[in-house]
Design a protein around this ligand. Structure first.
Ligand code: NAP
Length: 463
């Protein structure tokens, strides 16, 4: 039987598409997430192999050069710290979107002046989405890495100017569908897309960047799907659609968890750092405690809920937290974890870290499930979390996080907070919880302080 490359390519693509779908399905639960990552990786490998089998390729030299270059960039990108994953992801979107824009441009120049109408329409969609995602993602990565200022920059009439720029780009795209013999206009459309990408991110504060990145993820997916139509690749259409829809769903989930609407995230100029409020915090008295005192309270408790946050991630305290969980559980204390959907700096941040430390998944309760538990909780132990426990979100209508659903830790009998000082969290605002009578501040690094508590609990004093 002759070697039928076209058939083999279709089978390989089908397997890759199935693996992409399974990867998303499996990644939705911590128990199967690792399998999901492998499925996605194998799917991507199959997609690359299938593409390399194409008859249309006459010279592999440039592909090899691209592969080497891509690996040189990709391998270090894969090794960044967990806390830098959002900006790393933004860079990946930027590269993907640049690639989509360049492929779209090459296709246009291949066909022009005879670009079929339907092709031109998809090409316009592809390059507009690709170009705005490229610069938008670069801006988002720059803000998160703090190379660019995090604070939102806004001016009067900004939304009008921004949306006007996008509208002109779309109008040029529509014009080109009927008059495709105008390469200058095509390039102008891309330039406007690039400008819109920058302008779109400028008014959005650093705190909203992860939501924006997930939205850009969605745009990158849609532009890749459009490229799939241009190149007649079903696999690209499927992968792009999966990427586009999952990115969109994730953005909606994140916006809901912060009680923000999409329009508010995109046009609301949120995330300003309120240094004044943070400064005022220093003067008010708080109750603090030592590891020994904290251990004594925990040892006497029946029910403890641990609330991890960004500080646990920075301190890499998850393994010490696991030791604390083991020590308390051995003593008969009921210990669970309260996970806020936007604790940390990326979706699932806490779940990933706690899974890494082998904490049983059934002990991780999400916000809706744990909030009812706090009234029967002896100790709410907050480890490096701040904004997600801030009662101002419920009580202070003037607070920038007002309306954001939070973990109701203040309903527990005692609240203990491990953090290094009185610095605010990502929203840049003071936390009234720290001044409550029932709150004990445990000042120190999350890893070191948790370790000290474990040592105290294991020592003679609290047996
Ligand atoms: P957070 O509000 O940013 O607070 C983290 C706290 O950790 C800080 O107040 C800091 O205080 C403390 N900390 C830092 N390093 C520490 C260390 N080594 N040891 C002990 N403590 C340390 O964190 P969060 O409560 O997890 O809230 C997440 C924030 O990010 C929210 O505002 C959320 O809206 C935002 N956000 C998250 C996502 C997401 O996907 N997860 C997306 C968008 C926005 P000290 O400096 O005093 O120690």
């Amino acid at each position: 039987m002759p070697f039928d490359a076209a058939l083999i390519i279709q089978i390989v693509y089908l397997a890759a598409a199935a693996l992409f779908v399974l990867a998303l399905k499996w990644m939705s639960s911590p128990g199967t997430a690792t399998r999901g990552v492998y499925a996605g990786e194998i799917g991507m490998l199959l997609a690359v192999i299938g593409t390399l089998l194409h008859h249309g390729i006459i010279d592999y030299k440039w592909i090899a050069i691209g592969l080497v270059l891509g690996s040189i960039i990709g391998v270090p990108l894969g090794r960044v710290q967990m806390t830098a994953v959002p900006q790393r992801t933004a860079l990946s979107h930027a590269f993907g979107a640049l690639c989509v824009t360049l492929v779209g441009t090459a296709e246009f120049f291949l066909y022009t002046p005879n670009v079929p109408k339907s092709l031109m329409a998809v090409l316009a969609l592809e390059v507009i989405l690709g170009s705005l995602t490229f610069t938008g993602s670069l801006m988002a990565a720059g803000k998160l890495q703090e190379i660019l200022p995090q604070r939102p920059i806004s001016y009067k009439g900004q939304n009008f100017v921004n949306l006007g720029t996008l509208a002109v780009a779309i109008a040029i795209g529509a014009w080109l569908v009927y008059n495709p013999d105008q390469p200058v206009l095509f390039l102008l459309m891309i330039a406007l897309g690039l400008v819109f990408g920058v302008a779109m991110i400028v008014p959005i504060g650093g705190a909203d960047m992860p939501t924006v990145i997930s939205l850009l993820n969605s745009y990158a997916g849609l532009s890749a799907a459009a490229m799939g139509f241009v190149l007649d690749s079903k696999l690209l259409i499927i992968a792009g659609a999966l990427d586009g829809s999952s990115g969109f769903i994730l953005s909606v989930i994140m916006s809901k968890a912060m009680n923000r609407s999409f329009t508010n995230v995109l046009f609301g100029a949120f995330g300003q750092v309120q240094t004044a409020a943070a400064g005022a915090a220093e003067e008010r008295p708080v109750h603090s405690a030592t590891p020994d005192e904290a251990a004594a309270i925990l040892a006497a408790a029946n029910k403890v809920v641990i609330i991890p946050g960004y500080g646990m991630a920075v301190a890499q305290a998850q393994h010490k937290v696991r030791e604390l969980f083991d020590t308390l559980t051995r003593r008969g204390v009921e210990v669970t974890f309260g996970i806020h959907p936007v604790a940390g700096r990326m979706p699932g941040h806490m779940n990933v870290l706690l899974a890494e430390a082998d904490i049983p998944y059934d002990k991780l309760l999400d916000m809706d499930n744990v909030n009812g538990e706090f009234t029967q909780t002896d100790v709410a132990l907050i480890i490096g979390a701040n904004d997600v426990t801030n009662p101002a979100a419920r009580t202070d209508a003037a607070s920038p996080i007002y309306g954001m659903p939070i973990l109701d830790v203040d309903k527990a009998r005692t609240v203990m907070v491990i953090k290094r000082g009185m610095s605010p969290g990502f929203a840049g605002i003071d936390n009234p919880l720290y001044y409550f009578n029932k709150t004990l501040m445990l000042f120190g690094d999350a890893k070191a302080f948790t370790g000290d508590i474990v040592r105290e609990l294991s020592g003679a004093g609290h047996k």
